[in-house]
Design a protein around this ligand. Sequence first.
Ligand code: ADE
Length: 246
Amino acid sequence: MHFAVVSLFPEMVGTIGQYGVVGRALQRELITLELENPRDHASDAHRTVDDRPYGGGPGMVMKFEPVAAALELAKGKLPDGCPTVYLSPQGQAFDQAMAKRFSALPGMVLLAGRYEGIDERLIESRIDEEVSLGDFVLSGGEIAAMAVIDAVVRLLPGVLGDEESAVQDSFVGGLLDHPHYTRPEVVAGRRVPDVLLSGDHAGIARWRDKQALGRSHQRRPDLLKKLDLTDEQQTLLDEFLKEQRL
Ligand code: ADE
C-alpha cells in the first residue's frame, strides 16, 4: 500500500517508518511512504504557507496554493484510486472499521494541517474525506496521520508476523481485548488466573471471550449496544457479572 503525507513537518511524520511494525513493513517494501511539504511550493521569498483569516479572529490559516500544489505532487506519486484524507477534529470519527476500509485501498494521501486549519476551498475541491481521531484538539494533523497509517498498515496481509494477532486485536469483534499475562505466575502478590495455566484451550478461549465481554460492558457500554450478542455471549456476560458480585 502506498502512503503520501502532506505536512509542514515531514521529518516528524517520517519517524513512523523507523520503528516497529510500520518500520518493518517499509523495509520489506510492503508499503511506501512519500512526504511532501507545502513550504516547498510557496511562491514568495519568505516561503509563506499561512495567512490571516478573512473575517478576523485569532490564529492563521493554511493557504490554498502551496497546499494544493503539494497535494497534487503527492497524488501524482501514488497509483490511481487513492483518496485524499484531511485529518481534523471536524472529520468522521476514525475507528477500526474505517482502518479496515482504508486497508483495502491501493494507497492514500493524508493531509496534516497546522494553525487554525486550512482554507475551506481546499476541503471542497481537493479532499475526499475528513477524518478525526476523536473529540480533542491536537496541535496539528501529523500525529493523527501517523495514527491512521499505523492502524491501517498492521491490517495489511503479511505485515504482522503472526496473522492471528490482528484477528484477535481489540475492536475486531466490536469488543475490547481480554487481559494478558506473562511470567512469572505470581508477581506483586497477584496470581495469573488458574484457567490460563490449565492447558484447556477451549476453557481459555471461553474465559477470554468472557473477559472481553465483561470489560466492554463495564468500560464501553456504547460498544456493546452496537452488537447483537449471541446466546453464548449473553451467557458469558451474565457469568462475568455474577462472578463480579461474588
Ligand atoms: N488535528 C487536530 N486535532 C485533530 C483530531 N482530533 N483528529 C485528527 N486531526 C486533528
